[in-house]
Design a binder for this molecule. Structure first.
Ligand SMILES: Cc1ncc(COP(=O)(O)O)c(C=O)c1O
Length: 497
């Protein structure tokens, strides 16, 4: 990588120059450098931010057809991420994920995906009218979370579905666990199938050798990467990285354009340009510090009675192939309160806001924005938490099991556009659901639109609801009713897995 080039920020620099030249605007945004807007908001946001709140006027290039400063910034980003092409997204990783799927799957095509996918994957499956072949991720009975998928699972699925058009992998997972991505890519590429990576939680991986391998380094074809989550850009700004010859970059560009607003925010684009510079120039150094803080925190958390924070000893060489140690998954099942209650208590008592909580865990991210002081505040709060909620009783943690993946009777898209009716969930066996049903933990969909509801599903959901697990997704928040497809609509059958 050419470090001197990486110091340049063509987009941000030009944007500032343009704003400083003080042009007289007769175009949108109509607030015109903040002069036509609410004063309190104006004063809070400040004149600098408002002066670069611009859109694609002629001197500033166009994200839909970049030929100037956006193209230059994207080229520098591609160099930094080790990609052939990088596309900026101002609609998060969600729209980059949709673009990956729409660029590789046509109506009726199969795509191999883990069951734990983000909702943007399921939305894209509906938009593209493709058929998911689901892989069950490994479940962790102790932690109550889902991990990644294994190369063996991918190989088996590709042998069974040689006509699949893409394999999608979440790498690393929300909790920081990574699959053996290099091996998955090797298996898929042997069959000329592209690998798409949901890298929402892995922007930093490319910039440090002690983190799990990044999608581009592992040879994946496309990676949707949230720069905003862990890479220092502003919320909603992400990149889509591409390499190899299996996916046509021109096709990806036109799909992205179809999905993207024509009023692209230059504040977001500039934040991508500068986050790339920060990662490329300082990434290695600041991630070394972040890792040191996270490792120290992990050791200190494990010294607290009643808490467990898993580390690399949890790896098994399969679905738990590697770990991003900056993610602190803190298991609280030895305390007298559950993860949600622990998270609420930390907020109310110590003003600490965790990234996520479920029944058994709270998840805290250590990032480039942390320092000794913030970590010590977390440790102190966790010590206080454990002291308050210590219990001698053995906790009644339920081992997480999942029912089999249900039969997909019609495509998710057919289900989505069908005529439906709402019926009591307890009487829904044999019907085809038009709604999602998720269970937390571990956040896996139990039912997706188009799948046939079984007695086993109903018993499973009822038992888990009674055990205190959270079931969500139906229009009816109590999950007493479920929307199913009216029988006469079901005309287009699809494959059974
Ligand atoms: C695993 C995963 N994939 C994709 C996304 C979507 O990313 P974004 O919020 O950047 O659209 C998220 C967001 O939380 C996520 O957790």
């Amino acid at each position: 990588m050419n470090q001197s080039n990486q110091n340049n920020t063509p987009l941000f620099t030009k944007l500032k120059e343009y704003a400083n030249s003080n042009p007289l605007p007769f175009h949108i945004p109509g607030h015109k450098k903040g002069q036509g807007m609410d004063k309190e908001f104006h004063d809070f946001i400040g004149t600098n931010a408002l002066s670069i709140d611009l859109i694609n006027i002629e001197p500033l290039d166009d994200l839909h057809q970049p030929q100037g400063i956006i193209q230059e910034a994207q080229e520098l980003a591609a160099e930094a991420f080790g990609a052939k092409r990088t596309f900026f997204s101002v609609q998060g990783t969600s729209s980059a994920i949709m673009a990956m799927i729409l660029a590789t799957c046509n109506p009726g095509d199969k795509i191999i995906v883990p069951r734990t996918v983000h909702k943007s994957v399921l939305s894209a499956i509906v938009f593209a009218d493709c058929n998911p072949v689901f892989l069950h991720p490994e479940l962790d009975p102790k932690l109550g979370i889902a991990h990644g998928i294994t190369p063996a699972q991918v190989e088996k699925a590709l042998n069974k579905h040689p006509d699949a058009k893409a394999v999608l992998v979440i790498n690393p997972t929300y909790f920081g666990f990574a699959s053996n991505l290099q091996e998955i890519v090797r298996i898929a590429h042997d069959k000329h199938v592209p690998v798409l990576v949901d890298e929402a939680h892995g922007v930093h991986t490319h910039f440090h050798h002690e983190l799990p391998i990044s999608a581009m380094d592992a040879g994946a074809d496309l990676a949707a990467t949230s720069v905003h989550k862990l890479g220092g850009s502003l919320t909603q700004s992400s990149v889509l990285n591409l390499q190899g010859n299996l996916v046509d970059p021109l096709h990806v560009q036109s799909i992205l354009s179809m999905l993207t607003t024509t009023s692209t925010s230059y504040i977001l684009l500039a934040s991508l340009d500068t986050a790339r510079r920060y990662l490329a120039i300082h990434g290695e150094e600041v991630i070394t510090q972040t890792l040191a803080l996270a490792r120290k925190a992990r050791t200190q958390i494990n010294e607290i009675d009643g808490l467990l924070c898993v580390g690399k000893e949890w790896l098994d060489g399969k679905a738990r192939y590697d770990l991003d140690e900056t993610k602190l998954l803190i298991h609280v099942s030895e305390l007298s309160i559950n993860g949600h209650e622990a998270s609420d208590w930390l907020r109310e008592t110590h003003q600490i806001e965790a990234e996520m909580s479920d029944l058994y865990n709270i998840l805290c991210f250590v990032t480039l924005g942390d320092n000794e002081e913030s970590i010590q505040s977390l440790i102190y709060a966790l010590q206080d938490l454990a002291a308050h909620f210590q219990t001698k009783e053995t906790t009644n943690q339920k081992n997480i099991i999942l029912p089999d993946v249900p039969e997909l009777v019609v495509s998710p898209r057919t289900a989505f556009y069908s005529e439906t009716e709402s019926i009591p969930f307890r009487q829904a066996a044999g019907q085809i659901t038009a709604e999602f049903l998720f269970m937390y933990p571990p956040g896996i969909p139990i039912l997706l639109p188009g799948e046939r509801i079984t007695e086993e599903n109903i018993t499973y959901i009822e038992e888990n609801k009674a055990a205190g697990l959270i079931v969500q997704g139906t229009e009816d928040p109590s999950v007493e009713m479920i929307r199913v497809i009216r029988p006469k609509i079901i005309s287009r059958r699809i494959h059974r897995d």
